[in-house]
Design a binder for this molecule. Sequence first.
Ligand SMILES: NC(=O)c1ccc[n+]([C@@H]2O[C@H](COP(=O)([O-])OP(=O)(O)OC[C@H]3O[C@@H](n4cnc5c(N)ncnc54)[C@H](OP(=O)(O)O)[C@@H]3O)[C@@H](O)[C@H]2O)c1
Length: 334
Amino acid sequence: MRAWHISSFGIDSLDFVERPTPEPGPGEVLVKVRAVSFNYRDLLMVKGIYNPKLRLPRIPCSDGAGEVVAVGDGVTAFKPRDRVAGIFMQNWLDGPLTPAKARGALGGDIDGMLAERVVLKASGLVAIPEHLSFEEAATLPCAAVTAWNALAAGNLKPGATVLIQGTGGVSIFALQLARLRGARVLGISGNNDKLNRAYSLGLDAGLNYRDNPEWDQWALEETAGEGVDLVVEVGGLGTMARSLKALRMGGVIAQIGVLSGPADPLPLPYILHKQARIQGIYVGSRQDFEDLNKAVSLALLRPVGENFNWSQARDALRRMEEASHFGKLVLTVA
Ligand SMILES: NC(=O)c1ccc[n+]([C@@H]2O[C@H](COP(=O)([O-])OP(=O)(O)OC[C@H]3O[C@@H](n4cnc5c(N)ncnc54)[C@H](OP(=O)(O)O)[C@@H]3O)[C@@H](O)[C@H]2O)c1
């Protein structure tokens, strides 16, 4: 079978290689991968920034969907032709995260999904929603589960206001899922065309953060001075100060991303004066993925992304690096 693997760090060093087709052992499932999606983490992994000590060669990517080809002894949950996706942390099935459950992340601790065939433990798979193509389902395991848990952390009442940052994978899922929960969504982006696309998905109000860097003030104005109930924080150090200023009293910041470097010093008093809650989010468990899939199926939600073919892994990563994409970047595995 063919796979992309990181032989040394850098997008140009991602190699297309021939590897032995793996065989499923007891409790394992052989999956024919049909589509893979990229996350910002995969870009950092390929460039050697996420984990400079990553053991190489390593097949990258946490997110893929495909069909079951064969199952090993003792597997009853899946059978050939079932449509499945891998879960991000192969050992986090449910309950709170522990150090043991955090080991086994696809495309990091162990080989990932950017291959024609993968063998995973049956417990490391979920069935994918029926209405989705493989390309659509491949977008779910990291970005959508993360957005799902960010919104859960907000404990939102209908009519609550959510602020999203940028228009990448996590943020567009947060927009779609927040709308399902009856929330009002404010969004900032560095690109007006992307804001227009976000309006078509239900964004209530948007602002270009390049033209208007004081987006915290804008968020306060949009909420009659109260502030937003939840910030889906993907910017990191460069956005956290303004996120705190944009938050209402008792609001929640779901801390997810690391897209930007340090900017303003952290305004610590805002955390206490506003009784802000900052909740770290690290994707989620298999149970979270299954809960998300129920909502996606009931709402017939359709992920949004751009497609590349199997030979274009480097092009998709470059697209992510220049941040010219909207929603998800997906490869069809031919
Ligand atoms: N903690 C977790 O479990 C978890 C899970 C998934 C992702 N993440 C992290 O979350 C972040 C987003 O991941 P992703 O896969 O959704 O990324 P992505 O698809 O590459 O999206 C990035 C987008 O964010 C926007 N952006 C970039 N710099 C920004 C800034 N300084 N302020 C506001 N927006 C900015 C840009 O959109 P515009 O052009 O529209 O501005 C860019 O296209 C990454 O840091 C990733 O590592 C963490």
